[in-house]
Design a binder for this molecule. Structure first.
Ligand code: PRP
Ligand code: URA
Length: 209
């Protein structure tokens, strides 16, 4: 499996993930925990961002702090990725948010693009693609394809649960894209759902089962 895969083994992440997996968890709680996990995973995914020195003055005198050297873009894949935006913005309040709308055709499992709000040319140096589920990997690969055609240079995928099939597909199509997840699950079932997974991340957030 790819060396670009990072699993967050933090006890808080694993505790929160169990809440999401539980079929009894209601949408309100589900959304809250998606937001919290997104925050944790974004911290991991940004741990290698470059810094530039920043001269500052504390009440005690002059010193040198740091600030991020690059602009970060958040690219949530609609719908389910929406739930990760607020947590990501909590950590990156200056990030730009560019939405991509994709849904999986239930028969073919292929992603269908229905919305793209990217500006004409890239405005950020680092793109974090947000989507809780990496199942077949079709949606993630299609989004990275779109971002690369747009001119994005550095792209990371930030999700919650991945299937081995999706991780393989994304890392083979785009070996430069690092993948951040809270769990790598067992397999996909015959209708493309992650097992054990958490069900349909969009439906569980938005109460549309
Ligand atoms: C889900 C999920 C991903 C996609 C993952 O979205 O949020 O975008 O499926 O599956 P894949 O790896 O096989 O492409 P879905 O298509 O159900 O749309 P929704 O978010 O609007 O519910
Ligand atoms: N999309 C989901 O929301 N859940 C899955 O298990 C697979 C794709």
């Amino acid at each position: 499996m790819t060396t670009q895969l990072h699993i967050c083994h933090h006890p808080l992440a694993q505790h929160k993930l169990a809440i999401l997996r539980d079929q009894k968890t209601e949408p309100k709680k589900f959304r809250e925990v998606v937001r919290e996990l997104a925050m944790m995973l974004v911290i991991e995914a940004t741990s290698d961002l470059p810094l530039t020195p920043l001269p500052i003055t504390t009440p005690m005198g002059a010193t040198t702090g740091h600030k991020l050297a690059e602009n970060v873009g958040l690219i949530p894949i609609l719908r389910a990725g929406l739930g990760m935006v607020e947590g990501a913005l909590t950590m990156l309040p200056f990030a730009e948010v560019w939405h991509i709308g994709l849904y999986r055709d239930e028969r073919t499992l292929r992603p269908v693009e229905y919305y793209n709000k990217l500006p004409v040319s890239p405005t950020v140096q680092v793109c974090l693609v947000l989507d809780p589920m990496l199942a077949t990997g079709g949606s993630a690969v299609a989004t990275v394809d779109i971002l690369k055609r747009w001119g994005a240079q550095r792209i990371k995928f930030v999700g919650l649960i991945g299937a081995p099939e999706g991780v393989k597909k994304l890392s083979e199509a785009h070996p430069d894209v690092q993948i951040y997840l809270a769990a790598l699950d067992d397999h996909l079932n015959d209708i493309g759902y992650i097992v054990p997974g958490l069900g349909d991340a969009g439906d569980r957030q938005f109460g549309t089962a």
